[in-house]
Design a protein around this ligand. Structure first.
Ligand SMILES: NC(=O)c1ccc[n+]([C@@H]2O[C@H](COP(=O)([O-])OP(=O)(O)OC[C@H]3O[C@@H](n4cnc5c(N)ncnc54)[C@H](OP(=O)(O)O)[C@@H]3O)[C@@H](O)[C@H]2O)c1
Length: 313
């Protein structure tokens, strides 16, 4: 290894080895440019990683106890948003004054969720556009679905993140209007996820006329809130979003649909909850989103209680 390669070699920690963390871990391991530690609740020595035509068995360095972690150059957080708080013990061990943090989660409040756990770190919010799936406990698949896999706000931190991922298959979009991109992704999420989770049906359910009407009304509220929050939406943003969602394969599920079927807690506060909270802040009424939030919170809380009552002590 040359001196330059040694100097650019970074210590990276990926927190959360699910669909998205698995995609990130697989790409970083395939590129082989950095020292990667996976922070997980369930240690795993080897993963099978599929991306496009490639499939590889990759050794992993996993840690299950934060006590064994030490400071790194980059933390990449890829848990569901509602699990963010539970990662505090990892952040306490992984961050020092030079650590940078990329947050690969849905929603719009990435910095607010993460900064309290690492007050001095620079935080890079990222919107994820790849499809990541943990097919089996040791088998992960990543699929490209659009022109780029990650979008981040343009700037020095985005450049550093791009350099970190150099040699991977990730295409990174550096946006000058990240807020609008974040809200556009949120718009898709606040119809596709709640409707599939509540109906326990895949995306094909959105093609029913009555559901289309409901989605449009939910989107109208969300668009008004987004505009108040500073997103620069098009005139016909709600209809445009619905038209986009209707192009998705009808037999595809959403993560909230799968979490609902698996009786897991739902990422509802970071999605619909973000619309309702911002609506209150900007005095925009959100009765439909509030109703969806109340229903899905009840399901999520019941699932959470089931998970905790299944834990043996
Ligand atoms: N999957 C996709 O295609 C996709 C696409 C776009 C955006 N997103 C967004 O990306 C984010 C990540 O989604 P995902 O699909 O990767 O979720 P996921 O498959 O549920 O994976 C999250 C992982 O985080 C782990 N975790 C939770 N708390 C932890 C803790 N305290 N310490 C260590 N690990 C912890 C979980 O571990 P356990 O296995 O032990 O529960 C799980 O493996 C979400 O915000 C999601 O909305 C996902």
């Amino acid at each position: 290894m040359t001196q330059a390669q040694l100097l650019s070699r970074q210590k990276v920690a990926v927190i959360g080895l699910g669909g998205i963390g698995g995609g990130m871990a697989g790409q970083l391991m395939l590129a082989g440019k950095h020292d990667v530690t996976i922070c997980t609740r369930n240690p795993l020595d080897v993963m099978t990683f599929e991306s496009g035509e490639r499939a590889a068995r990759l050794p992993l360095n996993t840690l299950a106890d934060p006590a064994g972690a030490s400071p790194v150059d980059w933390v990449i957080l890829s848990t569901k948003a509602h699990d963010t708080g539970a990662t505090a013990p990892w952040f306490a061990r992984l961050c020092n004054s030079r650590t940078r943090v990329a947050v690969l989660q849905n929603g719009v409040e990435h910095e607010a969720r993460v900064q309290p756990m690492c007050p001095t770190a620079e935080i890079l919010p990222a919107i994820v556009y790849y499809n990541g799936e943990r097919i089996r406990p040791d088998h992960f698949r990543m699929r490209r679905v659009t022109d780029y896999e990650l979008a981040v706000p343009a700037g020095d931190l985005a450049d550093a993140f791009s350099a970190l991922l150099d040699g991977t298959e990730f295409r990174i979009f550096k946006s000058d209007d990240f807020k609008t991109m974040q809200w556009r992704k949120l718009l898709v999420n606040v119809v596709a996820n709640p409707v599939t989770a509540l109906t326990r049906q895949r995306l094909g359910v959105l093609h029913r006329d009555s559901i289309k009407e409901l989605c449009l009304a939910v989107l109208d509220e969300a668009v008004e809130v987004g505009r108040a929050a500073g997103a620069r939406f098009d005139e016909n943003e709600a209809q445009r979003t619905l038209d986009t969602v209707l192009t998705y394969p009808g037999d595809a599920g959403t993560s909230m649909y799968f979490d609902c079927l698996a009786s897991k807690p739902l990422e509802i506060e970071a999605l619909t909850g973000a619309i309702v909270a911002a609506g209150k802040r900007f005095q925009v009424l959100t009765p439909l989103n509030s109703a969806l939030l109340a229903l899905l919170k009840a399901i999520s809380d019941a699932n959470e209680n089931t998970v905790s009552s299944n834990v043996s002590v």
